[in-house]
Ligand binder design. Sequence first.
Ligand code: V47
Length: 360
Amino acid sequence: MTKNLYDNIRDIIEGGGRISDEQALALFEDDDLLAVGELAALANRRKNGDRVYFNVNRHINYTNLCVNRCTFCAFCREEGEDDGYTLSLDDMLARAAEARAAGATEIHMVGGLHPELPYGFYLDMLAAIHTAEPTLHIKAFTAVEIDYFARLAGKSIVQVVEDLKEAGLGSLPGGGAEIFRQEVRDRICPEKISGERWLEVTEQIHQAGLKSNATMLFGHLETLADRVDHMSRLRALQDRTGGFQAFIPLAFQPDNTRVPGARGVGGVDALKTLAVSRIYLDNFQHIKAYWVMLGLKIAQVALAFGVNDLDGTVVEEKIGHDAGADSPQAMQKEQLCALIRKAHRVPVERDTLYREISAA
Ligand code: V47
């Protein structure tokens, strides 16, 4: 039975086909981690060869104040709490200048849904950074923020995306997706937009001409079938738009969160999830191991489990570390290259849109 499963899936991968939801679930449920990993490595090799991408970037989390109270989030604060913050424009410009001086090509900007800042704040923020640092690609805001801005401004999603593009937005990260199934959202992020809305907003972002990523927060209250359902909806949307660049499974960090009974994600589950996603999401070019949440060693081993992207230098990370991630705050480009080379793969620096900067 198990042998048939793996043989069938190998044939599908070699034929350039697509596995079913049932097959994905069977891979998740099977104990043979190495067999799943080998198939994922095959699927990745056919798409990306030996090359592994990374980028030189910097995260800027401009505020931790948020009107949503997601139970998995250790980063957000309510207005009036002592350690709530909102960066000034000067703070952001200083961080962007520092990033450029350190060789960054991207800044990754996300924040809470601030209770009071007006729509114009976000446009001014983008325009100021874009004007001061035109060489930096600004990857900012998730579909959740775009929906919030549309409600703040009383504008359509398309109008908001046009405004943000004009102000300097280059693309969007993949956060806020969590797990699409509503029964799970009701317990981990009851105030957040639904999974359907996340997908609808993302479809419009892609139609407006911007690329984005897709994440999946795993290892909390979801079932394996919920993970397959999540990836299934992403695969269907990617068929329609082609607008996703990378899929990033985010391993849940439990410290300081309010998810009942939550534990950390083990290495086996992390590797299995990355591997199944590589096999299942045949229409995604890139699977990213976000080392901040996985830890450096699992992220490195993930390169043998279908992963071809390690994300970036990051520099200042709050969302994972506030929830207990024990990875470093930052990585140097040379450290990322060494980690990739020691996995017998070829490091390639990319920009946000996956244009190669150098074969490092
Ligand atoms: O949306 C929040 C997740 C996301 C926790 O697109 C948590 O290139 C684990 O989306 N444990 C933000 N995860 C990070 C994100 C991201 C990161 C790197 C690259 C890209 C990209 C996107 O972090 C949130 C949420 O899903 N998150 N709390 C937690 N306790």
